[in-house]
Design a protein around this ligand. Structure first.
Ligand SMILES: NC(=O)c1ccc[n+]([C@@H]2O[C@H](COP(=O)([O-])OP(=O)(O)OC[C@H]3O[C@@H](n4cnc5c(N)ncnc54)[C@H](OP(=O)(O)O)[C@@H]3O)[C@@H](O)[C@H]2O)c1
Length: 255
């Protein structure tokens, strides 16, 4: 099995890399921090390929995809996991660059990750998966998280479009909608995070959904119930419940 993962230098991506390496997979590990990727590769036995790049750099991803395919073959699974999060406020003009950075990384970066693999996956046939990591934060807008919520809502719709498009070619598109996972991204959150699970546990559950080619899954399952209720809440009640929700801190991302 061959698996290409973005955002593999920490958190969920790293846990997915550890999980798939344990299953005997050959991995393409990508993120901006090459040193962290090299350390992970060494921990996993050193036989994997590492690509230090920014997912907003589509030409760099195209080169990485071509290199991975030439060395190991067409991946069975491509996981667009790289993402960033920070509080943003539209009325603060200095946040505009951060809003752009979040949307570029989380939305454009996902398309740029899949794009260079699709033609090869179509030609290769067999069981192939394109996996996108969305978020429960994409289901309703949270105060102070305008860019992150918008990016994850966009990703959910993007993956649904792609799912239909890829069906003709037998490539399954898997939308994973995580609740709270303990990673560096959530370590800075100043609020309670119900049903939180560890990254290794999340990776195991994500991998099961990927294996079965689930179109859309919320993990962990109690968050699925919360997500369904959230979606059903009328606007007046939603506003009442979330108006004073604790905000994610601003200034976590250098644009
Ligand atoms: N943790 C949660 O509770 C949770 C919940 C829902 C969804 N998610 C989503 O899950 C994904 C992984 O998040 P995480 O919690 O594991 O966070 P994390 O530990 O901060 O990991 C994020 C990963 O993305 C990489 N990355 C960020 N910007 C990048 C860029 N421009 N180009 C390439 N790589 C980039 C980071 O590596 P470098 O810094 O080395 O580039 C890192 O490996 C994200 O898409 C996140 O939105 C997380």
């Amino acid at each position: 099995m061959r698996v290409f993962i973005t955002g593999a230098s920490s958190g969920i991506g790293e846990a997915l890399a550890v999980y798939y390496a344990g299953q005997g997979a050959t991995l393409g590990l990508s993120a901006r921090r090459g040193d962290a990727l090299a350390a992970l590769n060494e921990k996993l036995g050193g036989q994997h390929a590492i690509y230090a790049l920014d997912v907003t750099d589509a030409p760099a991803l195209a080169i990485a995809a071509a290199d991975f395919i030439a060395r190991f073959g067409v991946p069975n699974i491509v996981i667009a996991n790289a993402g960033i999060s920070a509080g943003t406020l539209t009325e603060c003009s200095e946040d505009l660059a951060v809003i752009k950075r979040i949307l570029d990384t989380n939305v454009f970066g996902m398309a740029a990750t899949f794009a260079p693999f699709i033609a090869a996956m179509q030609s290769a046939g067999g069981e192939r998966r394109l996996v996108g990591i969305a978020s429960v934060a994409g289901l309703r807008g949270l105060p102070g998280a305008e860019a992150y919520c918008a990016s994850k809502a966009a990703v959910i719709a993007y993956l649904e479009s792609l799912r239909l498009e890829m069906k003709t070619f037998g490539i399954k598109v898997v939308t994973i909608v995580p609740g709270y996972i303990a990673t560096p991204m959530t370590a800075v959150n100043p609020y309670r995070m119900p049903f939180m699970i560890s990254a290794p546990v999340a990776a195991q559950r994500f991998a099961r959904a990927i294996k079965y080619g689930c179109s859309y899954t919320v993990i962990p399952w109690p968050m699925d119930i919360v997500a369904k209720i959230l979606r059903l809440l009328p606007i007046w009640l939603y506003d009442r419940l979330f108006l004073h929700a604790t905000r994610k801190p601003r200034g976590l991302i250098q644009p």
